[in-house]
Design a protein around this ligand. Sequence first.
Ligand code: ASP
Length: 597
Amino acid sequence: MIFKKRTHTCGELRLTDINSQITLNGWVSKKRDLGGLLFIDIRDRYGLTQIKIAPENTEAYTKAIKLGQEFVISVSGKVIKRESINKNIPTGEIEIEVSEIEVLNESEVPPFVIEEDVKASDELRLKYRYLDIRRKNISDNLILRSKVSHIVHRYFEKNNFVEIETPVLMKSTPEGARDYLVPSRVHKGKFYALPQSPQIYKQILMVSGMDRYVQICKCFRDEDLRADRQPEFTQIDLEMSFVTQDDVFEILEGMFGEIWKEVKGIELPVKFRRMTYDEAMKNYGSDKPDLRIRGDMKIENLSEIVKNSEFKVFQDALSVKAGVVAGIKLSGKEVTRKIIDSLTDFIKKLGFGGLGYLKYNSDGTVQSPMTKFLTEEILTGIKELFKAENGDTVFILSGENLKVLQSLGSLRLKFAEDFKLTDETIYEFLWVTDFPLFHYDEEEKRFFAEHHVFTMPKDEYIKFLDSRDKDEVESIRANCYDLVLNGHEITSGSIRIHKPDIQKKVFDMIGLTDEEAKMKFGFILEAFRYGAPPHGGAAVGYDRVIAILAGLKSITDTIAFPKTLRATSLMDECPSEVSGIQLEELGIEISKPAVKQ
Ligand code: ASP
């Protein structure tokens, strides 16, 4: 088909182009009939341009009058100055006086109007994702994503990294999330797994001497999806040999520095703040503290101050192992009875009997159901610890240490949201370091690796790998780190175990027998027998980084074709049933008919 090709995009023309003869190709966005004169907005991914068709131009006018929404057109004409300027769009000072219109294709009436402030439900938008992507809100995210990807590739190339593609069909090594499995036709009854991450391959590449590896790769985890998780997601995966934690940090700080400079025009600090896991938990009740909250709102431990109190709730909490009394202060906010009630409900859902509070009224009195149980000395101690002033409220919880800290952490975030205490204009990067190596699962009555089984304990804790004392084992800290941005974990990684004796002790600790270890990880253990260098790395949650850069709360609209919370794609309707022949070839029988979604 021969058609008049565009001389410009729909976002390009300005006053400097006045009187030029041009051609635009694009979609009909909006059509207005103003007393004979027809105005149409023509759209492509670069922007919108207003075109004007006068009835005197009979041929063009007859065609234009029949144009429907989303028809694909080619228009030619002259750039002229616009009478009523539209300051909201870059092309708003000009319009096109059309001489010729060609209809390149018609469109059915779209199921929703393609506009920034879309009225359609999320389901409809996902079903017609190709139409949704015509909206600037979505296409801009994809363009941003592409830009960041170019910056990342350039950055790693400059820093001598080798980009290596690792397999998508791999061995199932369940430990962590559930694998997506792919049945083998050639080897009936056997399965590949889709990678949860290229972890094993990248470590093996270190044995191969490819000492700086990077890949922007897809990872797959078959989890019951929580809000804002996708079954397939993207990581910037990297691994380096002969490095310490600081070297990994430096490379990633450089990468984020370059992304923020190019995308946002913001100079990030050369080095990001650091905090140990223990400090983060103690002060913020979270391993991913949001440091943008005004006043910081740190958790304070009150155990020492209240330890001699006769208040039964505190006594009970402190009499058990790892019991604690702690609190946070909300500064200068009017805390009504209604607010206290709703906070109490919130805290009860987290498994507490109630929420203690001390409200410092503007007249200097203290309002609290607890005052009658607490001595003057204790009340003064609490007030001084929090530097509480009139108008502040201190909230107190007591119970098991971790539960109290995490719940105060949740309360801190709730206050930030309810009282708008977060500075949304800043980016707070924070390395959280020294994570525990193991956590104990009470249900399964065994230890699990906190990050993954290849994570190296810190030197001073290696001795505890031989211990079976729960406290000692839980005290082991690892060369394991997360990068947190504005309260989101955007990267995690570790220095890896490269010595077989340490690896064996870690396997022993999580109850993996030699045989099981060989079955699951035999090939990597074998590779490690041939000179594994000291190495470490990390993986960046790419979708989340793009969401933060784009100012989006969810990762969904950073992905061209995302899945729903139930792991389905509404556009192509997957997962779907397959034919009997396909199943037969794979040697698979379905035991129950597939449940209709
Ligand atoms: N593969 C790890 C993850 O996906 C990151 C790493 O240790 O490099 O969390």
